[in-house]
Ligand binder design. Structure first.
Ligand SMILES: Nc1nc2c(ncn2[C@@H]2O[C@H](COP(=O)(O)OP(=O)(O)OP(=O)(O)O)[C@@H](O)[C@H]2O)c(=O)[nH]1
Length: 420
């Protein structure tokens, strides 16, 4: 470390003495000396001075004037006033005006040591000011981010530190939040052992990415994507959370799933995931000792409609038929599916065989559709009673019946009862 010392108010001879005195200092002190303070403003603008040593001698320049200039132009520069003999009033005033140190020349004080102390003190203050300014900037960044930034005690899950996004989310003051915990606002924990399991997971993996729902100020559950890691300060463990609100993403995700599962023309669901759902339903039917019905419907001579009236009319017929199906098969657990082309699947659970058959017959009766061109439909169905078969097997059996219906002249339903 080097130190630039500006000395004001010493004659040349005295200066030499001072330089000798400073030569043995802990680090190199470069001396710039002027007899008076006349040129101080310019010097401070040109030279980076660490400390100014002002010699106050009665009858010479007023030390307080240059002190003011230094405090204005170089606030990080140390200031030391050297007086001939003890002048208590002057010294008191000097400290009141903000000088860093006052030295009485004849007291044999170790001048280099004092100067270095002042310079170090000033540098420390400057450093802490810089650090505080940086921290303030970081705080501003944190408070302006929409993400939840939170620090929790790993033992208690109490909030230790957080950004304003959490105040906004919970609509609570800092004090109120500090008496709450992550455990209470997150829906991922049912018991405190869940919390400790979570802490262990973060500890062992070092970093955890997960999704969780948090309750906001009005009790709504909001989905978040979190990054969580752990840090240790003074032997206490803290969890650091960074969470993004993903509710909009979830809406889009659900819309995409909905889009992927729906037929755009008829708005009926498509056959995606149907096999899994059928297997779940057949197990439910066996458990509840209910009959399960799988029916296939296929519009008759549909190609002719397209050829004769065009695809737009064909599309309209498909939509009309979908409406007929939905008006007849209405129970929430029933499934109406467009299997592709002019083929539709109906799966119904709950109800006697007779009532389900009645519904299927209604589909045949209500088609021909009232709209032009006249269209009829054929159906093939199976009724499964206490029998566990796969979707593919069931579909094949119903398809055989549909084939029979077409073969026997169309516009009719062929059914089959299968039981264990
Ligand atoms: N307009 C329209 N036509 C479709 C759509 N999907 C499939 N088709 C048509 O449906 C027709 C099905 O013809 P086929 O499989 O020969 O059946 P069909 O004429 O109904 O004969 P049968 O089933 O024996 O009564 C084809 O011409 C396809 O192009 C669609 O989304 N819109």
């Amino acid at each position: 470390m080097r130190c630039a010392l500006l000395v004001l108010g010493l004659a040349e001879k005295q200066n030499l003495c001072l330089s000798e005195q400073l030569a043995g200092a802990e680090f190199k002190i470069e001396v710039i000396a002027y007899k008076n303070a006349n040129n101080l403003t310019n010097i401070l603008k040109m030279v980076n001075v660490d400390c100014v040593l002002l010699y106050h001698q009665a009858g010479q320049f007023d030390a307080f004037e240059p002190l003011k200039i230094i405090q204005n132009l170089a606030p990080d520069c140390g200031t030391v006033i050297c007086v001939d003999d003890c002048q208590p009033n002057f010294i008191r005033q000097a400290f009141l005006k903000g000088v860093d140190d006052c030295i009485i020349q004849h007291e044999g004080v170790e001048l280099p040591k004092r100067i270095i102390q002042i310079v170090k003190q000033k540098k420390r203050k400057k450093l802490s000011r810089t650090i505080n300014a940086e921290l303030e900037l970081l705080r501003a960044v944190m408070d302006n981010t929409p993400a939840l930034v939170m620090v929790c005690d790993a033992e208690t899950s109490l909030f230790i530190s957080f950004n304003q996004a959490l105040n906004r989310f919970l609509d609570l003051s800092n004090e109120q939040i500090k008496s709450r915990s992550y455990f209470h606002i997150s829906e991922q924990f049912e018991s405190t052992s869940d919390w400790f399991r979570f802490v262990e997971q973060v500890k062992s993996s070092g970093h955890l990415a997960y999704e969780a729902y948090l309750k906001n100020h009005s009790g709504e559950s909001i989905p978040f994507e979190f990054d969580c890691s752990m840090t240790q300060i003074n032997e206490s463990n803290y969890l650091l959370f960074n969470g993004m609100d993903i509710s909009r993403l979830k809406v889009v995700q659900n819309e995409l799933v909905e889009l992927a599962n729906r037929d755009p023309l008829t708005k009926l669901r498509n056959r995606r995931g149907l096999a899994d759902e059928f297997e779940r339903l057949i197990k439910a039917s066996i458990r509840s000792k209910n009959c399960l019905c799988l029916a296939l419907f296929d519009l008759d001579n549909f190609k002719k409609i397209n050829d004769q009236y065009g695809h737009d009319v064909g599309d309209q017929v498909l939509q009309d038929f979908a409406s007929v199906l939905c008006s007849i098969v209405q129970r929430p657990l029933d499934l109406v599916v467009r299997a592709g082309g002019e083929e539709f699947i109906v799966i119904m659970l709950n109800g006697s065989e007779a009532s389900l058959l009645n519904l299927l017959n209604k589909v045949i009766e209500k088609t021909p559709l009232s709209t032009q061109p006249i269209t009829t439909v054929s159906g093939g169905a199976i009724f499964l009673s206490s029998i566990d078969i796969s979707y593919e097997q069931a579909f094949k059996l119903a398809d055989n019946n549909l084939y029979q219906a077409k073969k026997q002249g169309k516009n009719q339903l062929v059914t089959q009862y299968i039981q264990n």
